[in-house]
Write a protein that binds this ligand. Structure first.
Ligand SMILES: [Zn+2]
Length: 379
């Protein structure tokens, strides 16, 4: 990697999709981050968060909130905070993709009784689920989009079952990688097209693909408002300081949480290292850590020098197959040749950026005015 082609603040370089530099050599992704987060008022945000929690509790439902819980660092911390710090009564829900790591399973089994929360783990019919992943690897060159659909499935089913007013996730637009559309997509229209082209029946596809919040029609959304069955979905890290090191220490001390490597992300997924390996087949030299480290630099959790050193180490191993590769190929019954992806298959074969724009209907905008006014009065 040539450092002279890098942004002067983060570590994205001029090969990164849609990147532009200003006259000081600072990239548009840094500017975008600053716009949202540089002046962010965390005290005010935490007050807002407490207001959201208070509202959820006032609903007096069986559960105040739901936490999609993978057993990874962020979702474990969300569960810990909402129960221990904010006194919420959460339902933790886990989508079992069939390749959760041993660490994630162990942490879940020890954390749930320690926090005293209710927990459900859901898996779809294993052969069908595996064949969804297999089709996605062959046609889309990745497998993360199926997990996203599975997690959404579990959230939707249990939100509706218990009419849970709030969903708290641990992903963050501030500190997590925010890959642009050119790099990756988990959009349901893309997943649906891939599965249809792979010969799955509509019935099978619908057993995984339930509507996401942004896919609901105006009528469906209004019906949810009128029957008091709608819900708020927020990213908890967007309201609080979210420091990886602090989180790690809290989890170790309070929950006796275990991890193979303190600096490792996605310890919940056995095949996490394969993600970058497959992405390299589509976009040569692309490393997701480049985005993650850039976010941590902007948030003051890492220096640029530390990030460059860590990235150099990652690049050295870029062409070496990850240790998990054989297990991965066997698990999904695919060959090394299958994932070579010489044609560069990816989500862009199935979806355009325009397909992902959410169009809110005029009818809904108009009918949602009373709720907006109500919210202003309460604030
Ligand atoms: Zn930058």
């Amino acid at each position: 990697m040539k450092n002279e082609n890098m942004c002067n603040r983060c570590i994205l370089n001029d090969q990164f999709p849609s990147i532009e530099f200003d006259r000081n050599g600072i990239c548009n992704y840094c500017h975008k981050w600053d716009k949202e987060w540089a002046e962010f008022d965390y005290n005010k945000a935490e007050q807002q968060l407490q207001m959201i929690f208070k509202d959820a509790k006032l609903k007096k439902r069986k559960y105040d909130c739901m936490v999609p819980y993978s057993g990874g660092r962020d979702s474990s911390y969300v569960l810990y905070l909402c129960k221990e710090k904010y006194g919420m009564n959460p339902l933790a829900v886990t989508f079992n993709n069939l390749f959760m790591s041993d660490y994630a399973l162990k942490n879940i089994l020890s954390t749930v009784p320690k926090l005293g929360v209710d927990h459900v783990m859901v898996s779809l019919q294993p052969d069908l689920l595996k064949s969804f992943y297999r089709a996605m690897i062959l046609k889309g060159g990745e497998f993360c989009s199926i997990c996203t659909c599975g997690i959404n499935y579990v959230i939707t089913v249990y939100q509706q079952l218990f009419n849970i007013p709030l969903v708290l996730s641990g992903v963050s637009s501030r500190v997590d990688e925010q890959s642009p559309f050119e790099v990756t997509s988990t959009h349901p229209s893309y997943v649906r097209k891939v599965l249809l082209e792979s010969g799955f029946s509509i019935e099978d596809i619908d057993s995984l693909l339930v509507k996401r919040q942004y896919e609901l029609t105006a009528i469906e959304k209004i019906k949810m408002k009128l029957t008091d069955s709608d819900f708020l979905r927020i990213n908890m890290p967007d309201y609080l300081s979210w420091n990886n090191q602090e989180i790690q220490e809290t989890l170790e001390n309070e929950l006796h949480w275990q991890t193979p490597d303190k600096n490792m992300d996605h310890i919940d997924c056995r095949f996490a290292p394969i993600k970058t390996f497959l992405k390299n087949k589509q976009i040569p030299h692309f490393i997701f850590k480049q985005e993650k480290y850039s976010q941590l630099i902007r948030d003051g959790q890492m220096t640029r020098e530390e990030a460059i050193n860590s990235l150099d180490a990652a690049i050295k191993h870029e062409h070496e197959p990850p240790a998990e590769l054989t297990d991965f190929l066997n698990f999904f019954d695919i060959t090394l040749e299958d994932i070579e992806n010489k044609e560069g298959h990816c989500h862009l074969d199935f979806i355009t950026k325009e397909d992902t724009f959410v169009r809110e209907s005029m009818a809904y905008k108009f009918l949602a005015i009373p709720w907006k006014i109500l919210r202003v009065f309460r604030a």
